[in-house]
Design a protein around this ligand. Structure first.
Ligand SMILES: [Zn+2]
Length: 182
């Protein structure tokens, strides 16, 4: 079923707002402060609700990656555009899905245990992005690399890495497995 264009745009705007609200506890407590502390003030900008900043020099010298915590992105200057930027935005969307799960579980906890369980419910919604850590644990339990083989990373790399010359027609996973010797 294809929805009319205007309805689709309207739904995506409302849906986007709902997702931002669900993520707000984590973003206010962790995601945004993380960017404010670790990146240079002159580089701060909001893009679709994501607070972006370029690492402070002392971090850039020690950490070669860009890092995403919810709607907070700490980046190297060279990662502000291109597929690394797209990769980090996949993690933000994964975090939004985790927030839906966190709020659902929090609602169930309150429904089953009553209002006295509010600290647990609050902890869940404030730490929603941390639910993604199960992907790293799953990769470890499958005997694969806890970072690179986590399903959230495979998804992000698979969605955004360019297909290299000579690998046209093959999936990202095929190439990855071959390089990992599996
Ligand atoms: Zn990643």
């Amino acid at each position: 079923m294809t929805l009319p264009y205007r309805l689709r745009i309207g739904l995506s705007r409302v849906g986007g707002l709902v997702l931002h609200i669900l993520c707000l506890p984590f973003d206010l407590l962790v995601g945004y402060p993380f960017v404010l502390v670790t990146t240079q003030p002159r580089t701060w900008r909001f893009d679709h609700g994501i607070l972006l900043g370029v690492w402070r020099p002392w971090i850039a010298a020690r950490w070669r990656y860009s890092t995403t915590l919810g709607h907070g992105h700490g980046r190297h200057e060279r990662h502000l555009a291109g597929h690394t930027d797209q990769h980090e935005r996949v993690h933000t969307r994964q975090g939004e899905d985790a927030a839906i799960l966190a709020w659902t579980i929090a609602g169930l906890v309150l429904g089953v245990c009553g209002l006295a369980a509010w600290p647990l419910a609050l902890g869940l919604v404030c730490g929603s992005y941390a639910l993604l850590a199960v992907a790293h644990l799953g990769a470890l339990l499958r005997g694969t690399h806890p970072y690179r083989d986590a399903e959230i990373e495979r998804s992000a790399y698979g969605q955004t890495d360019p297909i290299e010359t000579g690998n046209a027609g093959r999936s990202w996973l095929d190439v990855h497995e071959e390089r990992a010797g599996r």
